[in-house]
Design a binder for this molecule. Structure first.
Ligand code: MRU
Length: 347
């Protein structure tokens, strides 16, 4: 099986596997300027917290390449202006701001403005490389949570497409499967954007892992029937107390899991942990266009003029989360202690 590589950097261009077109077409969206990278993130041609972070890092490198400034101070101030636009592409995933901050720190550490663009390309490539290594480590820790003989449910898409390779929650399922464990896999369709139906089902097929798709609203019944052994999802931002923002519908799954006595896990790199936020109340939730709810693929799915609300994420309170898998180990409650340890180097 060839690995899925949704983000590639080739000869100064960023090549994105266009996720608005999957699973029907496997087309590449070519990005040559940082503004196009910002648009690609906003339009969700590239999506998933870690993938947004990697793309944002290349966006900063492309922005730097196009700056004409008379001295270093002017260069850095122009770059900071471009970074304001990059940071604003999507608000919820902390990985975006995390990557931009890391790139700006590198730019500020270089003495000569002329050298900044090359250093930034090297740093973006490093962030890209690290992402795959981090996901593989995370999968390795998380596979012990996967059952042998039971079943697992996942939500949204958290695979290679949402990262740069391997994935987080989907990576844990993959690592469990590749370690020889055998279990049933269920994935939600993830209304309204259908990340689960379109992207996760596509990835499981490519991986050769049998998976069964269900409507989001079927999850409760399957849990009650005893058909779901555990739930694992990704995260877009985890507050210091473990409250976790993830794809809309995650909170519902976590509450249903608790009601039915099923363990609920989160898998995310430490770059998704935001220790600056004491709890989930401060997490900004992206509101997406109502048309994503009232139309699909240009076809109306609701009467013209109907009002619709479309929050892209929700926050699951920490007390519903049994464990958080990171590349530094498995964090357990109380998260106020274990997440600090994870961010600072180990559990
Ligand atoms: C490894 S991806 C983790 C999260 O980013 C994922 O679960 C998710 O919610 C993605 O949302 P999306 O709106 O598709 O970017």
């Amino acid at each position: 099986m060839s690995e899925i590589r949704p983000i590639r950097w080739q000869e100064g261009k960023l090549l994105l596997l266009d996720q608005t077109r999957l699973p029907v077409d496997e087309t590449t969206f070519v990005v040559e300027r940082y503004e196009q990278a910002v648009a690609a993130i906003r339009e969700m041609r590239v999506r998933g917290a870690p993938a947004i972070g990697v793309t944002a890092a290349y966006a900063v490198a492309m922005a730097a390449r196009d700056i004409r400034a008379s001295d270093r101070a002017e260069f850095l101030s122009a770059l900071e202006q471009d970074c304001v636009h990059i940071r604003a592409a999507r608000p919820t995933a902390v990985n975006l701001g995390w990557a931009v901050d890391r790139m700006m720190n590198v730019a500020e550490s270089v003495d000569s403005a002329k050298e900044i663009p090359d250093r930034l390309v090297a740093e973006a490539e490093e962030i890209h490389r690290e992402d795959e290594a981090i996901n593989r480590l995370l999968g390795d820790y998380g596979k012990e949570l996967m059952p042998d003989g039971g079943s697992v449910l996942t939500h949204c898409n958290t695979g290679a497409l949402a990262t740069s390779a391997f994935g987080t929650a989907l990576g844990v399922i993959r690592a469990g499967w590749e370690s020889g464990k055998r279990f049933e896999v269920f994935n939600t369709e993830t209304r309204p954007w259908l990340q689960g139906a379109r992207l996760t089902s596509w990835e499981f097929q490519k991986l050769g892992i049998p998976a069964t798709l269900l409507a989001d609203s079927a999850a409760g019944m399957l849990m009650r029937q005893g058909r779901i052994g555990c739930v694992i999802t990704g995260a877009d931002r985890i507050a210091a107390n473990g409250d976790t923002a993830n794809k809309i519908g995650t909170y519902m799954l976590a509450v249903l899991a608790r009601e039915n006595g099923i363990p609920f896990y989160i898998a995310a790199p430490t770059s998704t942990i935001d220790l600056a936020l004491p709890n989930g109340d401060g997490i900004e939730i992206e509101q997406r266009p109502p048309e994503e709810v009232t139309r699909y693929g240009g076809v109306a799915t609701a009467p013209e003029g109907v009002s619709a609300v479309n929050p892209a994420f929700d926050v699951t309170p920490h007390h519903y989360i049994d464990a958080i898998v990171t590349e530094r180990g498995i964090a357990s409650p109380p998260y106020t202690e274990s997440l600090i340890l994870a961010v600072n180097g180990g559990n």
